[in-house]
Design a protein. Structure first.
Length: 267
């Protein structure tokens, strides 16, 4: 009987260092893909019905501040959204949905500054709803394109400053008001007396200067004849397109499609 030869046990070869490194590299890549995929899914699921296009709403009377409610909106609120969308790599274009009768010139100017920043990054398209007049049009004029419905009320290019005088009623009811002031015009606008001729002249000067800046900016942005809009009238969307106040007739969905086309053209 032969005694079988005894061979030493053969051990598995040690993995090459580069194989272990490759394994960890692949694990990291797969992990990143999962994280990015999850981020994208959450981005779309959480209310973005128009992938690549951010819709921002400017609705109600516009004034300075950081707020938004049923009948008014603040310049900081709108401006912050414009800047966030401009800096968001997931957003390719912005649509500003405007439904506003206007507001203060200062608020419009603040939003315009933020819109100009956004335009350096991606297209900003305006979609007008029921109304986009006065300061709301001031903002809209800075969009890359403006869409309006045929019966949208727009235009209303002008500045107004209203003063009330209830001194007649106060005298009738026996109310007496004593005003101590440091300057002749310090109580200008008080309801206890009518404007003096000097106060009215000064108020008109302020309105004229504000209006001149407003209409000069609009006619520069849109190449509109000043004589077509300087009477401050409200203009229907169907007529506004004839004088270059708006570019196209269409609703929000059409404005979104137009914004996508502008974004594609930039690529």
């Amino acid at each position: 009987m032969e005694i079988p030869a005894i061979y030493p046990a053969m051990s598995a070869p040690a993995p090459a260092p580069h194989s272990a490194g490759l394994k960890w590299f692949l694990i990291i890549i797969v992990g990143l893909i999962l994280v990015i995929g999850t981020f994208i899914a959450v981005y779309y699921i959480t209310g973005n019905d128009h992938p690549g296009v951010k819709v921002i709403r400017m609705e109600g009377t516009i004034s300075t501040g950081d707020f938004s409610n049923d009948d008014s909106v603040g310049s900081e609120y709108v401006g912050n959204q414009l800047r966030e969308a401009a800096d968001d790599p997931m957003v390719e274009a912005i649509v500003l949905r405007v439904d506003s009768p206007g507001g203060t010139p200062a608020a419009a100017e603040e939003i315009i500054n933020d819109m100009e920043y956004a335009k350096t990054k991606k297209p900003v398209v305006i979609s007008m709803g029921d109304m986009a007049t006065s300061a709301a049009y001031y903002v809209s004029a800075h969009g890359n394109e403006i869409y309006a419905d045929p019966d949208t009320f727009t235009g209303g290019i002008g500045v107004i400053w209203t003063f009330s005088d209830i001194s007649g009623w106060m005298n009738q009811e026996g109310y007496n008001v004593t005003i101590v002031k440091s300057g002749a015009m310090k109580d200008m606008g008080s309801t206890s007396h009518a404007l003096t001729p000097a106060e009215q002249d000064y108020a008109q000067q302020i309105v004229n200067e504000s209006f001149d800046e407003f209409i000069t900016d609009v006619t520069t942005q849109r190449m509109i004849a000043r004589s077509d809009i300087d009477n401050g009238r409200v203009i229907r969307g169907a007529d506004a397109i004839k004088i270059n106040l708006v570019d196209k007739l269409g609703n929000l969905n059409e404005a979104i499609e137009g914004a996508k086309e502008l974004a594609d053209a930039r690529k």
